[in-house]
Write a protein that binds this ligand. Structure first.
Ligand code: NAD
Length: 295
């Protein structure tokens, strides 16, 4: 299949490489020309605009930071819709607001373009391995058409969650659970250290019990090592929690825990820690208590 790929950043570049490896033809575009160099060396063709990508593709994937970027790449002058033929498929794999996905899909539908929202979980290592978890919203028949040939070439799983926007709603659910879980770990392990109990022993004692989680296993060792190299940056999680809170306000869902963790992350960003891994929530508690979990 002739695939177009827009947004070759941390996630987009390895995903595009995996699609090339799977034998698809590929046209690419990124605002930063230097981000296209590697994939062009691998055999992709560079376009000069999102419009040109669409003109040359049967299916276009976008992997961009947030709603305004996808809005601009698809709907603005020289955007995807200007170059798209009726019947083209657009898969937006960025993590954006569900309401933005729905608005962009409505504009696509008017041009005969079928759009799925398909954000991912797993970060750069799983993007490189092609083992992302993909959550998809949109027409089920379109999902079935692209599942094996496209989605499962970049992911280990792809689950159809409902109508357009359901993929991004699922991603927001994921981001609430991760953020609140990290904050709970930071709070709990700060208590352990404050009470004079070795955090490593606490970790070993509880990791087989109900409190254990993938988040605890990944992030508490980072807190104990004082290692806040990202991983997933505080800045990016603030972007996602902003979409969580907007969506909650739109649909009338109360989100008191998310709001609290959002303010913790905003405090860390104001402290110059926006580029830290989100395990840096431990530093919020360190600032409050004067107690550090790690070295
Ligand atoms: P990134 O900032 O590394 O890459 C984004 C790319 O988009 C950049 O190369 C930028 O130049 C390009 N871009 C921006 N606007 C553009 C436009 N209008 N036209 C063309 N190119 C444009 O971001 P990333 O880490 O790859 O994340 C992409 C998406 O994936 C985000 O929504 C993020 O939340 C999500 N995500 C990231 C991770 C992660 O660990 N990094 C994990 C899961 C999901």
């Amino acid at each position: 299949m002739r695939i177009g790929f827009i947004g070759l950043g941390i996630m987009g570049k390895p995903m595009a490489k995996n699609l090339l490896k799977a034998g698809h033809g590929m046209t690419v575009y990124d605002l930063a020309a230097s981000n296209m160099e590697e994939i062009i060396a691998d055999g992709a063709i560079a376009a000069a605009s999102c419009r040109e990508v669409a003109e040359k593709s049967e299916l276009v994937i976008t992997m961009l930071p947030n709603s305004p970027h996808v809005h601009s790449a698809v709907l603005s002058e020289n955007g995807v819709l200007e170059g798209a033929k009726s019947g083209m498929i657009l898969i937006d794999m960025s993590s954006i607001a569900p309401a933005a996905s729905q608005e962009i899909e409505a504009a696509c539908r008017e041009k005969g373009v079928q759009m799925l929202d398909a954000p991912v979980s797993g970060g750069e290592p799983k993007a490189i391995d092609g083992t992302l978890a993909i959550m998809v919203g949109g027409d089920k028949a379109v999902f079935e058409r692209v599942k094996d040939e496209v989605l499962l070439k970049v992911g280990a799983s792809a689950v159809h969650c409902g109508a357009v926007g359901a993929g991004n709603t699922t991603k927001l659910v994921n981001q609430i659970i991760v953020a609140c879980n990290i904050a709970a770990c930071a709070e709990a392990f700060t208590l352990a250290v404050s009470a004079g109990v070795d955090p490593e022993m606490v970790f070993q004692a509880i990791r087989g019990g109900l409190a254990a989680s993938a988040v605890m296993n990944a992030k508490v060792p980072m807190m104990m090592e004082g290692n806040f190299t990202p991983g997933f940056k505080i800045d990016l999680h603030i972007k996602d929690l902003g979409n969580v809170l907007d969506t909650g306000h739109n649909v009338g869902a109360p989100l008191p825990m998310t709001a609290m963790v959002m303010e913790m992350m905003q405090t860390l960003r104001a402290d110059g820690r926006g580029s830290d891994d989100h395990a840096s929530l431990a530093n919020y508690y360190a600032k409050l208590s004067g107690i550090t979990i790690g070295v």
